[in-house]
Design a protein around this ligand. Structure first.
Ligand code: SF4
Length: 396
């Protein structure tokens, strides 16, 4: 039976078509895919292979590389071959930053998805003397874009590969800027123009992104895109990200504010957290967002109280010890609580609880049941013993 809306805590994802990228599927109800981008020079074959492998080994499911020249496009043939020989095939995406179609056509032979930025397909002559385009001029430029894009679209279609139409707030084409301003609407119209061209060529292996460095702009752009796609009967999956989020704590919070807000509304099929740090640092942030939203469970979920004057032991220390001892176990919820003042229900129905009971003693819980009391200095060890006795322990 369906859950009454007031009791429904599930995130209902927008229905999207499945788009295959190598052995990974974006959309179609599949788990939200985690991706990132290496920062090695693509011409450095060994460095790139190592970078891609490093990311893939820690859970980056799709890896993007930049392709600024024909030499870079050709290097990808070697990178792909070397990966397959020394590691395994990894779903790869090439970022093509301009309308140099020869480069895009070359790289489409070697990767699983090509990312293009509509804002860089520029056919306009500078029109600083006039502030709008006539419909005729608009259409004429649209026809030129179609002709330029067509060989790439047909090549990807023939190979059953994918394309991301990746709009960036910071790089909208001039006529979009003149017609819609520097707005979410300009971003959406920019994506729709390319989507319609692809559809007219019967190509639908498409993923869309609407990135901006300001979270409110990014949120508005994705939401408007979804609204417009719904009106047009389009079901393309979305790639979420906040560009240039920066580094450290604020970079993570800013990315999470943008990505998680949309995911919680059911919008988004693949995510990238863009940090000004080593790309490896992005992957745990992606998985933490997905875990916090209950969308993918890839690690132990720790429930811990913030501690207060009633706390009966050093909560920070104990949480750290419990985490170090159990972080390799997936699928468990473990609560560490300073006291039981509000009852075991406060532990959010964790599988196991470590709770301060009286000075020098802690109680171990399985679900809501107290199993035993042990001296505090044996707490972590006894917790492990309890998990072992339940057959839920694996050696690290
Ligand atoms: Fe304080 Fe107990 Fe609440 Fe922890 S669970 S914050 S120790 S009252």
């Amino acid at each position: 039976t369906a859950t009454a809306p007031e009791f429904d805590t599930t995130i209902h994802r927008r229905k999207t078509r499945p788009v295959r990228v190598g052995d990974v599927i974006i959309g179609g109800g599949y788990p939200v895919v985690v991706q990132s981008m290496i920062n090695e020079d693509t011409l450095d074959i060994d460095g790139s292979v190592a970078g891609i492998r490093r990311l893939h080994e820690i859970g980056c499911e799709i890896v993007r590389v930049t392709v600024p020249s024909m030499a870079h496009a050709k290097a990808l043939a070697e990178i792909k071959e070397k990966l397959a020989k020394t590691y395994k095939p990894v779903p790869l995406v090439a970022d093509v930053h301009h309308n140099g179609m020869k480069i895009a056509l070359e790289v489409a032979q070697h990767v699983d998805k090509v990312r293009i930025n509509p804002g860089l397909y520029v056919f306009e002559k500078p029109k600083s003397d006039r502030l709008e385009y006539t419909q005729g001029e608009f259409d004429e430029i649209g026809d030129k874009i179609r002709e330029t894009l067509k060989p790439l679209v047909l090549s990807l279609k023939e190979q059953n590969k994918a394309m991301r139409i990746g709009v960036n707030h910071g790089s909208l084409a001039e006529r979009m800027l003149f017609s819609y301003g520097d707005t979410p609407q300009g971003m959406v119209e920019s994506a729709l123009e390319f989507l319609k061209i692809c559809e007219s060529l019967d190509f639908r292996n498409l993923v869309i992104s609407m990135k901006a460095s300001r979270v409110p702009v990014m949120l508005a752009a994705y939401r408007l895109m979804v609204k417009r796609m719904d009106e047009l009967g389009m079901d393309y999956p979305l790639h979420l990200g906040v560009t240039e989020a920066g580094d450290g704590e604020y970079g993570r919070i800013k990315s999470t504010a943008g990505i998680a807000t949309l995911l919680a509304d059911g919008i988004g099929d693949t995510i990238r957290v863009s940090l000004t740090e080593a790309p490896e640092k992005e992957i745990p942030v992606c998985y933490s967002i997905l875990q916090a939203l209950g969308m993918r469970k890839t690690m132990v979920e720790y429930v811990a109280c913030p501690s207060c004057g009633r706390t009966l032991f050093n909560l920070e220390d104990v949480l750290h010890k419990v985490r170090e001892a159990t972080k390799h176990l997936t699928g468990l919820d473990i609560a560490v609580m300073g006291c039981i003042v509000n009852g075991p229900g406060e532990m959010a129905d964790a599988d196991y609880g470590y709770v301060g009971k009286q000075a020098g003693y802690i109680a171990l819980y399985r679900g809501r049941d107290e199993i035993k009391r042990v001296p505090e200095d044996q707490g972590v060890e006894e917790l492990i013993n309890l998990i072992k006795a339940d057959g839920r322990w694996v050696e690290p």
